[in-house]
Design a protein around this ligand. Sequence first.
Ligand code: G16
Length: 544
Amino acid sequence: MPIRQVTTTPFADQRPGTSGLRKKVPVFQQPHYVENFLQSILDVVGDRLRGATLVIGGDGRYLNRQVAETAIRMAAAAGAGRILVGQGGLLSTPAASALIRASGAIGGIVLSASHNPGGPDGDFGIKFNTANGGPAPEEVTEAIHRRAAALTEYRIAEEAAPDIDAIGDTRLLEATVSVIDPVAGHAALMETLVDFPAIAGMFARGFRMRFDAMSAVTGPYAKAIIEGRLGAPAGTVVNATPLPDFGGHHPDPNPVHAADLMAEMMGDAPPDFGAASDGDGDRNMIVAPGMFVTPSDSLAILAAHAHRAPGYAQGLAGVARSMPTSRAVDRVAKRLGIPCYETPTGWKFFANLLDSGRITLCGEESAGTGSNHVREKDGLWAVLIWLNIIAATGRRADAIVRDHWAEFGRDYYSRHDYEEVDSDAAKALMAALRAKLPTLPGQSFAGLTVAAADDFAYADPVDGSVTPAQGVRILFAEDARAVFRLSGTGTVGATLRVYLERFEPDAARHALPVQDVLAPVIAAARAIAGIEAHTGRAEPSIIT
Ligand code: G16
């Protein structure tokens, strides 16, 4: 019998969110857990899989290889015609998105828990991306959940998966399993968008950068592109080998978790440019000499300078940012005379805007930026566009940021995270906050007056759908804003995110300490939401 049929019982907790199904590794190690979820995805794809192409790959974290092999055997059993797998089971999330689009695949199974820690006690995740290369929309994830809740059987090829370290084609049942170089296609795509010769010239003239791949999937991509094609000196890319536990680090590129890079960039003789990316390569961090660039500023700067890169020489159709992202990019869009859309948190909300051609560029405060070349955020792409801008302007990254503030004003910005808060307490905080919204306008807190307060609801301009309750926004008359929402990506308790910003048009006031400038906004936010009373936390766990 070439296909084994296995009787199983459903798992009630297999409900994928925006970022797929994310759980602790031991949860995925339960017998049949992985197979059940994969079968649920394959069943939802259904007959469309017959003879079609499916992409499989992940960020190399613990369980990646094993689950990639299981997925190959199950996709073959489900009738896939061609299965494209990254060598070693590796594919960064943006590379998977690009590959789905370029190969005309029906979709892809992406194995990752993004920036969450890995290893036997860390997190694992399985995500399904659709034919446009983007994360499955909610109706698909809900269908997968319904299927998972009723599953009684899965089907898997008896035969072992082919050797996924060996590039080439192998037959498994009716499927051709093609193991491909995970980097080549994406590097070629980058070369069509970014001015490689200009950047290579800059490196040849002695430009120095540090790219911290955080022992995650971007390592091979960054090595091949930055050190290989662009000729940066060997050693420019550090922590370049993807490790199952990311070397014990938290592969989230922010000033806290990329502390080594920050120390180097803030040190006495920093390189000209610093960057990092996360577990699956979709997030990025940009650090100028002596200066961390907030993702919100980075998005605004990319929008203002994108025309310098060959892929965007025609200009931008429009831009979009997630609601908690600062309003810096709005000012750029206004100047460029293009639309700027405000979407809920979650990359999937950009998909309709990108697919319909309404926007070219988009980004989020959570360190994601991307463009219409894929339907995921793309960490290395953002870094390469930054390099392109530096090469084209001849300005150092910190000067580019200061120039930008001088021209558009500075949006002081910070995010305060309260991690592993009791879930009920976090829900109660949000409910109480929502209940008091109508009473807030006109009231003063810490010297700031509330001008408007609402619970963000998104009306998709493409399909007309409305997504309510996407986070509480408090706008202060002093051109400041506080936003509250609960994270959708944590795996322990709840994470309360408080996003704080204040606009400063005066260039003479652009070099002040961020937390000092934001102190009244922070105090007002804490008072309005009663954070300590609800959570018992006087201070956030992480400030970025
Ligand atoms: C995911 C989504 C992002 C979103 C982020 C929000 O990121 O892909 O679009 O901004 O979640 O996270 P949270 O709900 O915790 O604030 P990733 O990188 O985990 O896929």
